[in-house]
Structure formats: C-alpha cells, structure tokens
Design a protein around this ligand. Structure first.
Ligand code: BGC
Length: 412
C-alpha cells in the first residue's frame, strides 16, 4: 500500500503530514436533515416541534441545501476536492409507509449526477439519524419489520445511485438506540445530550441494525457495482492499567459489535471527534484548563489512534474517514485541528492502516441536532436569512493541503 506522505507547504509552526496515496478521496460531508431544510415528514422535525426541552431550536430551512446543492457542489469543487458525502432523506422518499416519491428519488439522482459532472465522487448515505415519522411510530429500529422496510427502501432508491461508487448504509448504528430513547422521552437519553451516560444498545437493537445493514448490502452488491459499508463513530479510548477494564467495557457496549460487523465489508466509515480517558474509577473528567472546542475537548490526534483500533478490530477492512471535524467559531482552531488530525491519519497509514479517503465534517455550517445552530462545524459559512455562502479561511487551508497531497499523484 502506498501510504507515503508529504509535508505540507501550508505548514507553519508545526510539521504537517498529509497522505499522498493515489486515488485518495478528499472531501467534505453533510447529512440531509442538517442542511436541506423543511424535512417535515421525519421524526426529528416532529421532535423539534414537540416542546421537548432538549431541542435548542427547530431546523427550519437549515442551509436550504435541498435547493442550493448545485452552488454548494461548485464551491466544494472549487477547493479541488474530489468527493462529497451526503445522505438521502428517507422521509422525503417514503413520506408515508409504502408511498415512494419518484420526484424525491429524481432529486437525489440529479445530485449524484451533479457530483460526477464536477469530479466529486458521490459518497451516499442511505440513512443518517432521521427516520420517517411513520417508521419511528411503529417502533423504529426495534420494530420487527425494520430490516425488511430498510431493504425495501434500499431497492427503491437504486435509480438514484447510478454511478455511485461508495454507499454507506446506516450512519452511526451505535447512536440509534440513544436516539430512539430520546424520541421516546426517556430521561436517560436526555442526559446523553448534556454530557451524561449514553443508553446502552440492547442485543435485540444491535441484531436488527446489523441485519438491516447486511440485507441492504446484499441488495446493493447484487444490483450495483458500489462498494458498501456503514459508518461507525468511535472515540479514541485512552487508559492506564487500572482503567483498561472500564475502557474495554465501554468499547464492548458502544463500539465493538458495530466494528466487528464490518468484517468482510468493502469498507468501513470511521467517524471520530474526541478521546475518552479512563482510570480506575471509570471515565476521567476533563481537567480544568483542557483545550476545548465549543462542545468537547480539542484533541485532533484522536483520529489516528481510532483508525488503528478500527483497522485491528475489523480484521483489516479498508477505511474511509467519513466524518472528522470540530464545532468552533474560531476558524484558526479548525485549521490547527485539520493539520494535526491529518498528520495523525498519515501516521496511521504509515503504520499500515488502509485509509482510502478523508471527508471533513462538515461542508456547511449546519443544524447540530439537539444543539441547534449554535455549534459551527462548516468549511462554508451560511447566512441563515439570505442563505449566502462564504468559504472560510479553513476551507482555503484545506484546499492547500489537498493540492500539496495530490501534487505527488495527480488525481483523475
Ligand atoms: C453525526 C453528525 C453530527 C456530528 C457532530 C456525528 O455523530 O453523524 O450528524 O453532526 O457527529 O456531532
């Protein structure tokens, strides 16, 4: 595997390494509900308007990406990126059980074609957090019909996937049980959004999600040439000798089953945002004075460590970094984050981890679920009223890193 690295000319105070592997995918990611706007037939929209105390504000028009995607793709292409990850909104495609909107499928088919024409490899996620309200009401992923209904949805969206080389079935299966309990108004789940413990997926939920992933994978393999995987969120778990037992237990509860289910897949999407540290008492609280993003600790090197764990646990399934980024209004922090995260990714590749691409989260400032529009993850700023877009300095910095990397092996 070619995992050679170059030192970026964008470097200043610190040494920046970027992977220069031929064909490496350089991109940014979004998810439908966080950017499209007016996804009124899904469970989140319903939650946003239910008076729930954990929802800071409703998603509303979001970034109006549903209408403005051509402009957004133009901006990403102008940065020299060669990939864009986005998701299909199931509730637009199947707003009522069994009714499929040809217009919605056509919308996504055009987005895929729009990516291809601009030299952006479309990386399409079939399900990212939101579910049609009717599906949630019949039990969501706990419904005995769940895997079957997801398989039917997968079959129906095949026309939108023409020319797509990378399909992610389900985004962050490990978070689904927490999201389900949030929709059910379970106070445990509410705590997870405010820094408390996350509800633990039950074996039943894990089985249903894995079975939904496998049946969708079978359909996609039979009907398309796409590489198929799912995207798993993992923290960089750090521990001392006495903390190992807690870290292992955490890993088994939230990460291990979903990583192991990727063994034999074409790829796994890895999403990493931070580290979690354990000692003899369990999770170690952040020390006062820790460097922070707007939500969690600033620790870019978590990426490389997580990739090594995913590589070993999946028995060497190739990896796409499908999300990595930080919530911050301080764009210089984003620049430093990118430099250090990519350096750690390059380190993992040099150790033999097969990483095929990096999709920064996020392309646009977007709707951060329960936290609303406060946290800003975007490379592109969006005016919430006029929807005017503006590339941030970090976007230009990313472009310079990509130029540096691809100058070694020119891209297609
Ligand atoms: C999710 C995104 C979310 C991001 C930042 C990931 O868990 O896939 O939808 O915005 O984390 O919190």
């Amino acid at each position: 595997m070619d995992s050679s690295a170059t030192t970026s000319s964008a470097e200043s105070a610190h040494k920046v390494l970027v992977p220069s592997r031929e064909g490496f995918l350089w991109g940014a990611a979004t998810a439908a509900h966080q950017v499209e706007g007016n996804n009124i037939a899904n469970d989140w929209w319903h939650l946003e308007h239910s008076g729930s105390e954990v929802i800071a504000e409703p998603s509303g028009d979001a970034a109006d990406h549903f209408h403005r995607w051509p402009e957004d793709l133009d901006l990403l292409a102008s940065l020299g990126l060669n990939a864009y990850r986005f998701s299909l909104e199931w509730s637009r495609i199947e707003p009522e059980k069994g009714f499929f909107s040809n217009a919605a499928i056509e919308h996504y088919r055009k987005m895929v074609a729009g990516c291809l024409v601009r030299g952006l490899a479309p990386i399409v996620t079939l399900h990212h957090v939101t579910l049609p309200l009717w599906f949630r009401r019949q039990g969501g992923w706990s419904s005995p019909e769940a895997a079957e209904l997801f398989a039917r949805f997968t079959t129906k969206v095949l026309p939108a996937l023409e020319g797509v080389e990378w399909v992610c079935t389900i985004n962050e299966p490990g978070m689904q049980p927490m999201i389900s309990r949030l929709h059910a108004g379970d106070p445990e789940a509410l705590k997870a959004w405010t820094g408390g413990g996350m509800p633990v997926p039950t074996p039943r939920e894990i089985d249903e999600l894995i079975s939904a992933h496998h049946s969708a994978t079978e359909i996609l393999h039979a009907e398309t040439d796409a590489k198929v995987g799912w995207t798993v969120s993992i923290a960089d778990l750090q521990y001392d000798d006495a903390g190992r037992v807690h870290a292992d237990a955490w890993f088994e509860k939230y990460e291990g089953p979903f990583l192991r289910a990727s063994r034999g897949d074409d790829f796994i999407g890895i999403q990493n945002y931070f580290r979690t540290v354990f000692d003899k008492d369990g999770v170690v609280p952040l020390p006062s004075g820790a460097r922070m993003t707007d939500i969690w600790e600033f620790y870019p090197e978590a990426l490389g460590n997580s990739l090594r764990v995913a590589w070993e646990t999946t028995d060497h399934t190739p990896i796409l970094v499908t999300e990595n980024g930080i919530p911050t209004n301080d764009d210089t922090l984003r620049v430093e984050f990118m430099d250090r995260a990519l350096t750690s990714l390059t380190g993992a590749m040099n150790d033999g981890v097969d990483v095929r691409g990096y999709l920064h989260w996020s392309a646009l400032d977007n709707f951060e679920w329960a936290l609303g529009y406060g946290p800003r993850f975007g490379l592109i700023e969006v005016d919430p009223v006029t929807f005017e877009r503006r590339l941030k300095p970090s976007a230009h910095h990313y472009a310079a890193l990509v130029t540096q990397a691809t100058s070694v092996h020119p891209q297609l």
